[in-house]
Design a protein around this ligand. Structure first.
Ligand SMILES: Cc1cc2nc3c(=O)[nH]c(=O)nc-3n(C[C@H](O)[C@H](O)[C@H](O)COP(=O)(O)OP(=O)(O)OC[C@H]3O[C@@H](n4cnc5c(N)ncnc54)[C@H](O)[C@@H]3O)c2cc1C
Length: 391
């Protein structure tokens, strides 16, 4: 006998759990099954993320999703706390600093600043002297303009993932540890998923929340998506000097870092190997591609020591660097996707999950209209990219 539910979610990490949370919070009667193949989330981006939450975006949808991300993760203990087991979540609001090095980048930054301010965001534009005053250990001569959002920061991603996972199970979601290996279609509807353990689950609605593996599931049903895994390396390092508290810095030459515990976290992507899964850590990447950049910004990083490192992947939208959200328009419309987050999905999962829950339960977006992130733009070949976004 096949199992059956109302909504079947493939992928039990942040997007899958955030959607299940909003579904069950709004309608406790809805039968939600989450199929997740790895209970340890060893390779899930949600567990390996830099976990930044920022309002430094250019599109209203992204900014509003981040604002809700702030609210959700800021009230996490209250929202997730099961009565006997309160769940605090570390949220370090050290701010974000984006730098611009050219007149063109500065113009983008100023235009983004105008939009961010109009949406009530606390963002300040700084010149190089102001950057130097605020963070004396940084070299700022090459900075033409910088955007500083002091209320932004980063969370503990593992705490968010395990908190949400625990909550959705308490709300009544069925958790099935298995790998989806096949998807059955009946006319213009998806009817069931097949599992590696021989199981089969039927449902009315299917959500592909499989992150960087999302395209594999799309391929099973014949949905073409411009999304591919983008290999990334993350490095944790320490220095022997005490520096002032830094924000999360994203530099105009592509490098970035943020404080993490006693040290710092920095990461770099490998666009040349987009489309491949690669779990090896290439230490020469740090030496050759990352270190020179971050040490030119903070000379004290010349004497850093790498203490740990890991490989992981973005679910990269190669079309416009933005999430694809909602039904497979023109295909099977009960097959929804939440993929292609391109490295900013942790902060958007709470609002994206809320939007998907509204779409599933009410047939329309209610709190935030995310229509522009739908699959329609892929069919129409009209990209909707962020202004000034870099890989
Ligand atoms: C290095 C790095 C830095 C990042 N930094 C930030 C940041 O600063 N801010 C931010 O907002 N976002 C950031 N992100 C992005 C963010 O982490 C992701 O957008 C988010 O975690 C994606 O969540 P997800 O649930 O979609 O996917 P994932 O967390 O990858 O989870 C997908 C799940 O699907 C499961 N799965 C896959 N295929 C199957 C199958 N066939 N059957 C069953 N289960 C399956 C996997 O086991 C996995 O657990 C970063 C990502 C990376 C990699």
């Amino acid at each position: 006998m096949a199992e059956r539910c109302d909504v079947l979610i493939v992928g039990g990490a942040l997007w899958g759990c955030a959607t299940a949370y909003h579904l069950l919070s709004r309608d406790p009667g809805v039968r939600v099954t989450i199929v997740e193949r790895d209970a340890t989330f060893e390779h899930a981006a949600s567990a390996l993320s830099t976990a930044g939450v920022r309002i430094l975006f250019s599109q209203e949808e992204s900014i509003r999703m981040s604002q809700y991300g702030h609210e959700f993760y800021g009230n996490f203990a209250e929202l997730m706390g099961l009565e006997e087991n309160p769940l605090p979540l570390a949220f370090h609001r050290n701010g974000y600093l984006f730098t611009a090095g050219s007149a063109e980048q500065s113009a983008d930054m100023e235009e983004n600043f105008r939009i961010q301010s109009s949406l009530g965001c606390d963002v300040r534009l700084l010149d190089s002297a102001a950057v130097k005053r605020q963070w004396p250990s940084m070299v700022a001569d090459d900075i033409a303009c910088a955007a500083w959002s002091p209320g932004d920061g980063w969370i503990d991603p593992w705490g968010a993932l395990t908190g949400l996972f625990r909550k959705v199970k308490a709300l009544g979601a069925t958790y099935r540890q298995a790998e989806v290996t096949g998807i059955e279609r009946d006319g213009n509807k998806i009817s069931a998923v097949r599992l590696a353990d021989g199981g089969r689950i039927e449902a009315d609605i299917f959500l592909n929340a499989a992150g960087a593996w999302g395209p594999v599931l799309c391929e099973m049903v014949g949905m073409k998506v411009p999304v591919a895994p983008l290999p990334r390396q993350q490095f944790y390092f320490e220095t022997d000097v005490t520096l002032e508290p830094f924000p999360l810095v994203r530099d105009h030459f592509g490098a970035g870092f943020r404080p993490e515990g006693k040290g710092y976290l920095a990461g770099i992507g490998d666009p040349e190997r987009i489309g491949q899964f690669s779990w090896d850590v290439h230490h020469e990447w740090f030496e050759e591609r990352l270190w020179p950049g971050i040490a030119s910004r903070v000379p004290a990083f010349e004497r850093l020591k790498v203490k740990s490192s890991w490989a992981c992947h973005y679910s990269q939208n190669t079309f416009d660097g933005n999430m694809i959200l909602g039904p497979w328009i023109g295909g099977a419309e009960n097959f929804l996707v939440a993929i292609g987050d391109s490295g900013h999905g942790l902060q958007h999962a709470p609002a994206g999950g809320r939007a998907l829950a509204e779409l599933i339960l009410k047939g329309r977006y209610e709190t935030l209209d995310l229509t522009r992130l739908s699959y329609r733009r892929i069919i129409d070949n009209v990209p909707y990219p962020e202004r000034g976004m870099r890989l």
